[in-house]
Ligand binder design. Structure first.
Ligand code: ATR
Length: 269
């Protein structure tokens, strides 16, 4: 049986094995997909041993996406732009190919959920790996404005400086914007650490949608803030998680799984 894995730490609550099991059933693929909790100092060794022992592909989650970038022999354009890797594949020549499907997974879910991106003003919170992937994918959409807001302002400025010049993109310091946005996306790690958001309510108008790239069974701290600010449409990262997994599955298996039934099944859980 062909073997796939997820590497992360900690990963006790991960949904990825369940998602890939659904995809494999749908597409009649016989694969094994296992979540492997790996100590940070052992990451590179564990991944290389997995591939040497015949592993075909893997996902990588926090805190290893940048370490994964460093161990790849070949990188996709999306991985280079995000400077992080969430999907690995062993090529026929044995080389390890690294890709990043997070940004495309986010945009695919926004499009499937009919969140309007055309002419939309978008605020992206954060300037780490998650934000870079999202920014790059969103910049290929017909949005009118893409504002990057980060606690460390210089980091947001650097992220924009590293991307091709795009007049729609600007960086602002944390809590320094008084515009209302159509879509606000959280790409910080604050929800992961259950930190409270103290953002200005002037960022929100009557039709604002919020999207937390982080997924949790409970309402995330970012969406708690959104509700308190009056936002009516909020998403967490479940849809994005399934869409990014689908892109990885398709890369590995050359067959496109259906996301919608998996999202419906997991939303009910
Ligand atoms: P990831 O790979 O998940 O993007 P990361 O690279 O560590 O993780 O980035 C975390 C992001 O969350 C950063 O933008 C960080 O802001 P700084 O650049 O100022 O560090 C942001 N972040 C983390 N904790 C935060 C907090 N308490 N308030 C605001 N932003 C926070």
């Amino acid at each position: 049986m062909q073997r796939y894995a997820l590497f992360g730490h900690p990963i006790s609550h991960t949904l990825s094995p369940t998602i890939h099991r659904y995809f494999a059933q749908q597409t009649q693929q016989i694969i094994e997909y296992q979540a492997i909790d790996v100590q940070p100092v052992k990451f590179e060794k564990t991944v290389m041993e997995f591939f040497q022992a015949g592993g075909m592909g893997a996902n990588v989650t926090a805190p290893f996406k940048e370490k994964a970038l460093a161990l790849c022999d070949v990188l996709s354009v999306d991985a280079k732009r995000a400077q992080s890797v969430n999907t690995l594949m062993r090529q026929t020549d044995g080389a390890i190919f690294g890709h990043n499907t997070d940004g495309a997974g986010l945009v695919n879910h926004l499009l499937h959920a009919h969140v309007p991106l055309k002419e939309a003003s978008v605020l992206l919170l954060g300037a780490g790996g998650a934000a870079k992937g999202a920014l790059s994918a969103l910049s290929h959409q017909p949005v009118s404005r893409l504002t990057l807001m980060n606690r460390t302002y210089e980091k947001a400025q650097k992220v924009l400086a590293d991307l091709p010049q795009d007049d729609r993109c600007t960086a602002v310091p944390w809590n320094a914007s008084s515009h209302a946005f159509d879509l606000i996306i959280n790409a910080t790690s604050m929800s992961l650490h259950q930190q409270q958001f103290l953002l200005d309510k002037s960022l929100v108008h009557a039709g604002t949608t919020t999207y937390d790239m982080f997924y949790s069974a409970d309402i995330t701290t970012f969406n708690q803030w959104a509700h308190s600010a009056g936002v009516l449409q909020t998403f967490d990262g479940l849809g994005m998680l399934i869409h990014q997994a689908a892109l990885g599955f398709e890369l590995w298996r050359q067959v496109e799984p259906e996301v919608a039934p998996v999202l419906t099944a997991l939303e009910k859980k």
